[in-house]
Design a protein around this ligand. Structure first.
Ligand code: TTP
Ligand code: MG
Length: 685
């Protein structure tokens, strides 16, 4: 929301214009912007008049429950933004020299961790579900077509020219494009095609990381070295190979880290690629003009909040650095500083090796208030969570119950059971008192969503890699948990916050899809001249819950055909180089080996000499980074220069990607944005 009523984003950096007007004068304008939906930044809409689209969505949905709810959410957000602005005005009157200095120290520290030695690629299939459908019905290639009935999951690039996009109610899309052909979903077909693509990816990086059904990250540093190829050549070759063998096209972004690679892959869509060179100045210039919403992890709400304080592009973050932590929390501060600097993870690893912070399940249903029914729903949710915990091999030390009322208010409650829990019986037993209590506290208790989530996970895997790649045995689990907590309390080993923001934005998107599902049902009922049928509503919701889960299942990477690829990758950059930088250590070969304890951080490590030494190097380099920052942080106002002049040259020396320091010792970390959302705190209220 801009004070002068200007457009939210002008065309910047070659990206498509987001034409929606976002003035501060009329609340309906912010609402119209909101109604544009979760996929406003999708590729293929350069020529679309988004203002016209927003008018059509507005008039098509006006009067519906969905619309009223969106209006309510928009008003709540506007109020929240007013509070943010009031707080900002207050802060402008006090001396923030300390916050400024702290921000500058953090920038300097982050700069020292900048790793420009890796080539990370993000690939994303073009109009994936639509492209797969077009293989069976090639005639659809030449006409506007979408997949999904109530809500579009995607549409081909013809349809996008009309403003149709994923996350749009089908009947709204039909208003934009009356000739649109909508096909039903066929998950099996998409999964099987995705597997064909993955088989090719494995040839380029066997340790590639699937990010969703149609996207993946690869580290091709090793591949390029071995084949003597420039990254752009390697990616062209990869894209050609995918297109020839699978008959669908992919787009790719090439950059020094995953965050930039993901942004870049959307730049030349469809069937294109874009590289941001591994060079600090190029990266800063790229980020400077980049609208915040283009960053994975900045959803519609956060975008508006940032816009309110004058942050439209990642470059704008710098001038507001002293306020960010106080306005949005420590994690948001860290995340934003990393966006400003164009930093992100360089580590790419198979999805199944990813450290998990929580395992949870939730589902939306028609309004439910009957006590017995609610308990049955809780029992069912506990059963679903047990399945997920069994599959992922975890137990939870903390159990979180989330509910959404018919008024869309979200409440969460959590409990720490006496022992880690994983069975449906235990999950139900410990969550029931929370439900009972909420029921008593909240008048007219009608729910439309219930979720259970386990956090502070403990692995039930016999051996393997878990939190931060540490070696685990089931007997070491309890020790690990206490070791981790202790480490966190000391403000060390904080994870990169981007993951939490990405998860929060994904959650926001999912919630929006569910709401849209409701809109389409309302409309369907209206068209048919009948009341909303609870049973068909439930069917729709089941479908939408299923759609949400689809593509997020973790499948093991296919084995590459060339055997020497695998062995070379074991020594390759995404493992070898990353070891010291992240604390990653390979699991020991013998099952009975006990982990060794690092004398610096006191965390259990792999009982292999090489891994252990690498880890110690990493711990020592962290110390060096801290000392260097402390020594150099005496003159905060000149930090931009200081970074370039004094720290920039050290990039090649401090080769490891030091995990940036998280919350400082003794510092009160208030409403941390990522955390709050991840743990389903009260949203937007
Ligand atoms: P995306 O990669 O986001 O979209 P896309 O491949 O259709 O189009 P693009 O060319 O812009 O990449 O998502 C991949 C598939 O996931 C998509 O084809 C359909 C499905 N999907 C959903 O089910 N729901 C959603 O909200 C989105 C965005 C996608
Ligand atoms: Mg795609």
């Amino acid at each position: 929301m801009t004070a002068d009523g200007s457009r939210l984003h002008q065309e910047v950096g070659g990206f498509n214009t987001i034409e929606a007007v976002q003035p501060g004068t009329s609340e309906h304008d912010t609402l119209k912007y909101h109604l544009l939906g979760p996929s406003l930044t999708k590729a293929g809409q350069d020529s679309v008049d988004q203002q016209k689209v927003s008018e059509i969505i507005y008039s098509a949905s006006k009067g519906s429950k969905y619309f009223n709810n969106e209006e309510y959410k928009d008003k709540t957000l506007t109020q929240k933004i007013e509070k943010i602005l009031a707080r900002k005005r207050q802060l402008e009157r006090v001396d923030l020299a300390l916050d400024l200095r702290r921000a500058d120290e953090y920038i300097a520290e982050l700069e020292l961790s900048r790793d420009l030695s890796q080539t990370v690629v993000h690939i994303d299939c073009d109009a994936f579900y639509a492209a797969v459908e077009e293989l069976d019905r090639p005639e659809l290639k030449h006409v506007p077509m979408a997949v999904g009935k109530g809500v579009l999951t995607t549409c081909n690039y013809h349809a996008r020219k009309f403003g149709c996009r994923s996350g749009m109610a089908g009947f709204v899309a039909m208003k934009l494009c009356p000739n649109l052909i909508c096909l039903p979903l066929n998950f099996e077909k998409y999964t099987s095609k995705a597997q064909e693509v993955r088989e090719i990816l494995a040839e380029y990086d066997p340790r590639f990381e699937s990010a969703s059904i149609d996207e993946a990250y690869l580290n091709i540093t090793q591949y390029c070295e071995e084949k003597g190829l420039d990254p752009e050549e390697a990616v062209t070759q990869l894209r050609n190979e995918v297109s020839e063998k699978t008959h669908i096209t992919i787009s790719a972004g090439i950059a020094a880290n995953a965050k930039i690679a993901k942004i870049a892959s959307n730049r030349n869509k469809p069937n294109g690629q874009f590289r941001v060179a591994n060079d600090r100045a190029t990266i800063l210039a790229f980020m400077r003009d980049l609208p915040t919403r283009k960053v994975n992890g900045v959803g519609r709400v956060f975008e508006r909040e940032l816009d309110a304080i004058g942050v439209k592009t990642c470059g704008d973050i710098y001038s507001q650095r002293a306020y960010l932590s106080k306005l949005f929390g420590e994690k948001a501060f860290q995340f934003l500083m990393q966006c400003y600097l164009g930093l992100g993870r360089t580590k790419v690893q198979p999805a199944e090796e990813h450290e998990r912070k929580s395992v949870g399940t939730e589902s939306t249903f028609r309004e439910m208030s009957d006590k017995t029914e609610l308990r049955e729903q809780l029992r069912w949710t506990a059963g679903e969570l047990e399945k997920d915990l069994t599959r992922t091999k975890f137990k939870g030390r903390t159990l979180v119950l989330k509910i959404k009322l018919h008024t869309y208010e979200v409440f969460t409650r959590q409990v720490i059971p006496p022992k880690a829990v994983s069975t449906a019986d235990d999950l139900y037993k410990y969550s029931l008192p929370m439900l009972d209590k909420l029921e008593k506290e909240i008048p007219s208790f009608k729910l439309r969503l219930m979720g259970l989530r386990c956090t502070h996970l403990v692995s039930t895997n016999k051996t393997g890699i878990n939190f931060f790649g540490m070696h685990l045995t089931s007997s070491a689990d309890e020790e690990l948990h206490s070791a981790k907590s202790k480490v966190d309390e000391d403000g060390e080993w904080e994870v990169w916050p981007e993951e939490e923001f990405e998860e929060a934005a994904r959650q926001e998107r999912q919630d929006e899809m569910n709401e849209l599902e409701r809109l389409s049902q309302e409309q369907q009922a209206l068209d048919d001249g009948r009341a909303l049928d609870p049973l068909s509503q439930e069917e729709h919701l089941k479908e939408s819950n299923r759609r949400h889960k689809h593509g997020r299942e973790i499948l093991p990477n296919p084995t590459p055909k060339e055997p020497n690829n695998t062995s070379s990758r074991e020594l390759g950059p995404s493992v070898g180089f990353q070891k010291p930088a992240t604390g990653y250590v390979a699991p020991p070969k013998a099952e009975d080996e006990k982990p060794w304890t690092c004398p610096i951080c006191a965390r259990p490590q792999s009982a292999s000499e090489k891994g252990f030494n690498d880890h110690i190097d990493f711990c020592l380099s962290r110390q060096t980074i801290k000392e260097a920052v402390r020594d150099h942080s005496a003159s905060p106002p000149a930090v931009e220069k200081a970074v370039e002049g004094e720290f920039g040259k050290e990039n090649g020396v401090v080769r490891g990607r030091g995990r940036p320091k998280g919350k400082r010792k003794g510092e009160v970390v208030g409403a941390e944005r990522g955390n709050k959302r991840l743990f389903f705190g009260m949203q937007g209220r």
